[in-house]
Design a protein around this ligand. Sequence first.
Ligand code: DON
Length: 319
Amino acid sequence: SASLLCSAAVWAQPAPDYAQIIEQAHQKYKNNNDGKVADYIPALATYSPKFYGIAIATVDGKIYKVGDSSKAFPMESLSKVFTMALAMEQHGTQVVLDKLGANATGLPFNSGLAVELTQGAPENPLVNAGAMSTVSLIEAKDKTERWNKILNYMNDWADAKLVVNQPVFKSEMDTNQHNQALAKLMESYNSFYGNTDEAVEIYTRQCSVDLNVEQLAKMGAVLANKGKSPFNGKQLLNEKYVPQVLAEMAIAGLYDGSGKWLYTVGIPAKSGVGGGMVAVVPGEYAIAVYSPPLDQAGNSVRAQKTIEDVAHATQANVF
Ligand code: DON
């Protein structure tokens, strides 16, 4: 019967044509000039606003890419997701909730006022204060081991050997007084769990790690695939913690833009001021986009537009 045929057709729905979908988005937005490249970190201001790359990594281990997909850029706040995941692996989700939180601040990502208003509770691990506090929670015998644990963990997610962009690291270290102040403020409220100078430095180093959209999409695919990399087969995050990582991304992944993002697109995502962004569709794929010009909240303009289109074309909204 017709209805049987119809439901059979729905059941046998083919996989989306990812290659074509990202090609279309690239065509549509490649000449978009909205937004402004970050310049509060001097080294970031040297990146061309024209760079534009897209990659999708699926849970069955396929990669689709277009544009500047092998152009390396600094992770910046994207790194916060993986240090948070490592903290969950080490301490469990209750400690992360108690010590780092899971609420929006309603304020910019580097707000000192937000820390004052809560008497030191960072509210979540994805704003700068919470991310530095997360670094201080990572268990290690010393600074070198703490850094190596974080970098090796990110390498496993990216299925690559990532390296620190030294000029960006130096530029950030020369200009990170605000983050130093945030860390000290947190320490004054007993919401810091290690040496502040050390944690600020490691945090700055993790922000300066370079990657490209293919590697970032592979990292996102770990979350899409219940914590297991579809590329190297490693179980990198306990399957039962994946919902909490995605929830933190939904709450604060785009800072002040997080609510509107969920309302309009409906998939957990994370941005960085370098211009990278990753979004996760559980059970299906992750998409990563690189385009340096940012909006007021610090999120890549073209990345948001691109992911919105792709999410729509693949019916990805989780709500
Ligand atoms: O600490 C900072 O300000 C930068 N290293 C990272 C901030 C960032 O990426 C916020 N993002 N949108």
